[in-house]
Design a protein around this ligand. Structure first.
Ligand code: NAD
Length: 526
């Protein structure tokens, strides 16, 4: 694990365009002291931000929607230059979810933060009024990855801000410019200084969120399982709560009644969007044997037609991968699968003529679960397809994974799809669609098993950004409580009656218990 001592202020981060290698910026990285200063600035600014109330904060977030919408083309171009994805994907999969979640949070904040009345069934507690108060944690540390460098931090930041928190954001070292742009636009919308801090650096900068003398109050981490476990361990040592949005190996199940044309297009888009570098990518595809050969042929044909290149060109459908390290993971998975008997129908190689980081969209068959390609997150443009014979087998294959982020089921029979969805171990299961659940602001996003802990997005995502306080207020302040001191044999007997009154199976026993316990109301207490 990276330690704070590895942070040096003189270190500069070089940000490059993954398609062309062009240097976009050189930014000094934050030292441990810088991180501490950012946390303290955020802590100082947070009470006033909380005090203005949800309605005023919602107004600022609505203004942010306006600012972002006005600047959407420049932001999309920045995303493309920093992360490589086609500009249309930047608009569809980054800008729209970001705008929609800001809108969602501004619409929901006031109602969500209203005190929630808690009803008491127990007659002993009827003299009390109870409320759930939802209050901000204080300073939320958000650590984000490079693959959705704008939408992931934005959806998390706006939820944290709407709830009255201040945020210190550490974006991926590969895509810091998107986060700096987000900070600028939030400030333009009226988020006060200090309420949104951005610190730039690698893992060591992120580790300083927790190792600082005054750490953040909660961490919302999105990234790999390996780093997520390190963050969880560091947070556990200080009992700091965490949300972990980690990797996936999402299965796609194509049932025997599915529309081959639609499902094959979905598989190709689901596996190759953002060059396969999507946590919700179709990473494994299981197809009923009766459709298998038609489905594989359709996928291979459609994949062969995809236009790969620099995402800044409007006709490009698949951009570069982010860096050499990720590309070599993909190469290793495909190479090992081939050595174990897999067949590559399309792709399966680097496209060095296009630049450093390009890998051809690849369709692989003859795969099985002994292969790394079917077990570990590949996170690249590879679509492995495997046949199955029964739904039972398909569910077993889908669930045979360390991960549980999302899954998709394809069928003409929605009820059948929904029934199978209940048996799949995942945070989200989509019937007749894939990936797009992330863009539904009302839908919780997150995984089970190694895919993470907690949720972002939707009401559950807002819930992660608050501490729940139970406020209990007694309506009879001058009455001493029946259970206070002054115990006696008679009181014990009355209380036995009271337990009968509450829980006895027969109504006559309840009535008798009630009568027996009534005398306790007149009992003398100390
Ligand atoms: P990563 O784990 O390498 O890095 C993620 C972030 O953590 C970066 O900002 C990095 O600098 C920081 N970091 C690294 N070491 C740290 C440490 N010790 N303490 C604190 N922070 C540290 O992941 P990545 O390569 O940037 O992203 C790809 C991974 O993210 C994939 O596994 C993908 O599935 C996952 N992901 C998950 C979701 C989701 O919502 N579940 C979304 C997007 C990406």
């Amino acid at each position: 694990m990276a330690t704070v001592s590895t942070i040096h202020s003189e270190t500069k981060l070089r940000v490059t365009n993954p398609a062309s290698g062009e240097v976009l910026a050189e930014i000094p990285t934050a030292t441990a002291a810088d991180v501490q200063t950012a946390i303290m600035r955020a802590r100082a600014a947070q009470p006033a931000w909380d005090a203005i109330g949800p309605r005023s904060r919602a107004r600022v977030l609505r203004k942010f929607v306006e600012v972002l919408n006005r600047q959407r083309s420049e932001v999309a171009a920045l995303i493309t230059s920093e992360a490589g994805k086609p500009e249309v994907e930047a608009l569809l999969t980054e800008l729209i979810p970001a705008l929609d979640s800001a809108q969602f949070c501004s619409d929901q904040a006031e109602r969500f933060l209203r005190p929630e009345h808690v009803q008491h069934a127990n007659p002993l507690m009827k003299t009390k009024k109870g409320y759930l108060l939802r209050q901000p944690h204080g300073v939320i540390g958000i650590i984000s990855p490079w693959n959705y460098p704008f939408s992931i931090p934005t959806t998390e930041v706006v939820a944290a801000l709407a709830m009255g928190n201040a945020v210190v954001l550490k974006p991926s070292e590969f895509t810091p410019l998107c986060a700096l742009r987000l900070q600028t636009m939030l400030r333009q919308a009226g988020v006060p200084n200090g309420v949104i801090e951005v610190v730039i650096g690698d893992g060591a900068t992120g580790a300083a969120f927790l190792s600082s003398a005054q750490p953040v109050d909660k961490i919302v981490f999105t990234g790999s399982v390996r780093t997520g476990k390190q963050v969880a361990q560091a947070a556990a040592a200080k009992l700091i709560p965490v949300v972990l949005e980690l990797g996936g190996k999402d299965p796609m199940i194509v049932l025997d009644d599915a529309d081959v044309e639609v499902a094959s297009s979905a598989a190709v888009w689901g596996a190759f969007v953002n060059a396969g570098q999507t946590c919700l990518s179709v990473e494994r595809c299981y197809v009923h044997r009766s459709l298998y050969s038609r489905f594989v042929t359709a996928c291979a044909e459609k994949t062969g037609k995809l236009r790969v290149g620099n995402g800044a060109l409007p006709e490009i459908e698949v951009g570069p991968m982010i860096h050499e390290r990720q590309l070599s993971v993909v190469e290793r998975h495909v190479r090992e699968a081939i050595a174990q008997g897999a067949k590559v129908l399309v792709g399966g190689e680097r496209l060095t003529n296009l630049g450093l980081n390009f890998y051809a969209p690849t369709v692989v068959t003859d795969v099985d679960h002994s292969m790394t390609l079917m077990r570990e997150e590949t996170f690249g443009p590879v679509l492995p397809i495997m046949p199955f014979d029964t739904e039972e087998e398909a569910a077993g294959l889908a669930n045979d994974s360390e991960f549980g982020l999302a899954a998709s089921i394809w069928t003409r029979d929605r009820a059948r799809g929904e029934a199978l969805a209940r048996r799949i171990q995942a945070g989200t299961v989509m019937v007749n669609d894939c990936i797009s659940g992330f863009a539904i602001s009302e839908a919780p996003h997150g995984g089970i098993k190694s895919s993470g802990i907690g949720r972002t997005h939707g009401r559950m995502g807002l819930e992660e950004m608050v501490r729940v306080k139970y406020l209990d207020s007694d309506l009879l302040p001058r009455m001493s409580k029946i259970w206070w001191y002054g115990y006696s044999q008679a009181f014990a007997e009355q209380m036995r009656g009271f337990v009968d009154f509450l829980f006895a199976g027969r109504w006559d026993k309840r009535l008798k218990g009630g009568l027996k316990s009534a005398a306790a109301l007149r009992r003398k207490k100390i």
